[in-house]
Design a protein around this ligand. Sequence first.
Ligand code: GLV
Length: 325
Amino acid sequence: MTKKIFVTRPIVPDAIDKLKSFFQVEVWNETTPPPKSVLIEKSVECDAFMIEANDPIDSDVINAAKNLKIVSTRAVGYDNIDLSYATSKGILIGNTPGILHESCADFAMGLILTLGRRISYSHYNVLKGNWKVFDQTPYLGNDIHGKTLGLLGVGMIGSAVAKRASGFNMKIIYHSRSRKIDLENQLGLIWKSSLDDMLQEADYVSVHVPLNDDTKKIIGKRELDLMKSDSFLINTSRGGTIDQLALTNALKTHQISGAALDVTDPEPIAHDDPLVSMENVIITPHISSASAATLRNMGIMAADNIINFFTEGKMLACLNPELLS
Ligand code: GLV
């Protein structure tokens, strides 16, 4: 019998067409995520899901499953999925590592430049009609070259940011559980075994850790208090890694100079959230991976995870590979 696949967004037509050449495919044709009740209903009916990073695959959805064998997320992060529960119920979880890191790193570097040199702030002033005279002084920014970048996490994305930052002549320090001797040798990175030391030294702190129990609010009031008053915080990982209220206060009191957030908690951030209207804050709508090519390639990989599993019993990337053997 043909397998039934539920795809929770219509955004990668090539991936959907590819799935359709193997399976019966139903697509949620909205830009907003399907409600939980729909996920539960589809969990009863379907053999596989292809989902986005904000579709919750929790115990309610998993408990409803009858034939659901695989959930393939078009994302590298999987904090929206109860992985251990899915594993206990024999449901495979696929994701898309190895595709988006270069695009994310381009974007993170762009945020560092935009924040430090006040690019979007000055553009906004030109849009408002405020360029009336040659006067650079309202827009004086901070340099990038010669400054210290502190990377929290140097997985594929963090290390791709390090490569770019070294081209900008930044000093790069990093904090991660394990040392990356290769990166240290290649790019001159300096390991800080203590997060506190890294925060005290960096001019730009960029967060590149996945969201999990260890990293939830890893940057809170105490950590923000350690940062320099002329430093900046950049987050392209998950909103939940930062205590947003503490960040709001730190920005209000000039404990730090500014922040660039591609991710917030919740998403979307409320339009009347104080962070949205702060001049020293840049917020983008969770798009760091979203070049057209990378979005498509992630979609194809997510589809291939499902196709390869049902045709060959294999997956390109599986988060619970013990279920495959
Ligand atoms: C995007 O946020 C991803 O995890 O791929």
